[in-house]
Structure formats: structure tokens, C-alpha cells
Ligand binder design. Structure first.
Ligand SMILES: [Zn+2]
Length: 237
């Protein structure tokens, strides 16, 4: 405890019908997630959706319900094949990218948020991949000091940032203290929504509204062991 929900890939070009269905489910269970907004989406996979001119009004409605808007990269385009500090995938918009380019991405992304009246407090990169330079860029070009993305038992502080664990893409009982389940509403099928809805129906008590809350707890040996096991299993797959 607690379990959190994170929603990835909100932007002007998204599947508004699927996002509305997700919102309806979370509203019904009175649960507010972390929602990752792509400030300037250029991901070719999102071209299939028409640009929604009311997107930032939708964001405003979410924020009023307690949803926490996070900075989810800048354009969501992969330009390296690196995994960085959290090598969940071998592709990245950030990991392995020169610091000056990363700083520009973060500064430009934050600018889009500020133009709409939001100061992002949380960052997570497309495909979960970032490196030390991403942290430097965030430190120098934003107020963001919280990262949603690490394999660990509980949130921990490192290098001036709070890292909040994100371990799974599907709701289920997991043997971690703090779990973030990451969903991509654009890609969800009917069965995915039904499974989430049913799990929340049975286990709503395990979940909390997402909070951008810093910690000063240090990473424990147990956190590190969980991380090692997770990535060894991924490599073995
Ligand atoms: Zn994404």
C-alpha cells in the first residue's frame, strides 16, 4: 500500500473515446491518477487520431478532480536505442541524448505547461528510459523533483529526486509496498477496461489518489535486490 494508477500519452492527438471511458471508470471508483502529458507530440503512432482543440480544457477538468499532470517527454519520438538508468526498453527519447538537447526538450516541455497555467511536479520518459543527464536537465530547466519510474519496494530519494516505483502495466496484487500501474488508454481494448474496473471494484481499498509527494527515505538493499531480480528476469525472457 498504496497502489497508484498512472495514465500515459495524453496529448492533443489521443483516442478521446478511450480516455473518456478511463475517466468514467476512475470517477466511479473516485480515484485520481498521475497523467502523463506529451507537450508536443510528434509520435507517428498518434497521427491516426485527429487533433482535439479542447485537449487543455479536458486537462483542466482532470486537474479539478485531483488528477496530477506530469511531463511525459517532449515529442515522444525515440532517437536512441539505449535503456539508461531504468532499462525497461532499449529505446529512448532521452537516454544517451546529449545534455544540451535534453535541456532543450525539458525547457520547451515545461514552457508548454506554463503557458496553460501548470507547473509540472513529476516527470516520466517515454518507454520509461532516461539517464543521469535527464536528471541534470530537469534540475536545471524545471521545478520537477519527482520521477515516476523505478523498480523498488517504496519511493526513495536519490540525487535530489524522489523516485516513485512503477512496476506493472496491469492491475494485480504485487508484493511491493508501493505500486504504480501504468496504463496506455490509447491502446486499451474492451477487456483491459473491464479487468481494471473489476479489480478496482474488489480492491479499491488498496489504492490512493496519486500524490506528488517527496521523500527523504534512502534506497534500501531490498529495493536494490528487487531491481536486480526484475531486470535479470527481463533479460532472461
Ligand atoms: Zn508514452
Amino acid at each position: 500500500m498504496p497502489y497508484y494508477i498512472r495514465l500515459d500519452d495524453a496529448c492533443e492527438k489521443m483516442d478521446v473515446k478511450n480516455w473518456a471511458r478511463m475517466e468514467e471508470i476512475l470517477d466511479r471508483h473516485r480515484l485520481a491518477p498521475l497523467v502523463g502529458i506529451i507537450p508536443c507530440c510528434e509520435d507517428p503512432k498518434m497521427e491516426q487520431y485527429p487533433a482535439d482543440p479542447t485537449f487543455w480544457e479536458t486537462v483542466s477538468g482532470w486537474v479539478q478532480k485531483g488528477w496530477v499532470p506530469g511531463l511525459h517527454g517532449y515529442n515522444h519520438v525515440y532517437i536512441t536505442k539505449e535503456g539508461g538508468m531504468n532499462p525497461v526498453q532499449k529505446r529512448s527519447e532521452f537516454a544517451g541524448v546529449p545534455l544540451d538537447v535534453q535541456k532543450e526538450k525539458i525547457a520547451d516541455g515545461v514552457k508548454v505547461f506554463r503557458e496553460r497555467g501548470y507547473e509540472p511536479a513529476v516527470f516520466f520518459a517515454p518507454s520509461h528510459t532516461f539517464d543521469r543527464n535527464t536528471l541534470t536537465a530537469l534540475r536545471e530547466c524545471s521545478e520537477i523533483r519527482i520521477i515516476s519510474d523505478t523498480i523498488a519496494d517504496k519511493p526513495y530519494a536519490m540525487d535530489g529526486f524522489t523516485f516513485i516505483p512503477q512496476q506493472s502495466g496491469v492491475v494485480r496484487k504485487l508484493p511491493f509496498d508501493t505500486v504504480t500501474f501504468c496504463y496506455h488508454p490509447n491502446l486499451m481494448q474492451d477487456a483491459d477496461f473491464k479487468r481494471l474496473d473489476a479489480f478496482l471494484g474488489e480492491n479499491r481499498g488498496l489504492f490512493r489518489n496519486f500524490e506528488a509527494k517527496p521523500t527523504d527515505r534512502k534506497r534500501s538493499l531490498y529495493d536494490l535486490i528487487l531491481r536486480e531480480i526484475y531486470f535479470l528476469r527481463r533479460i532472461g525472457r
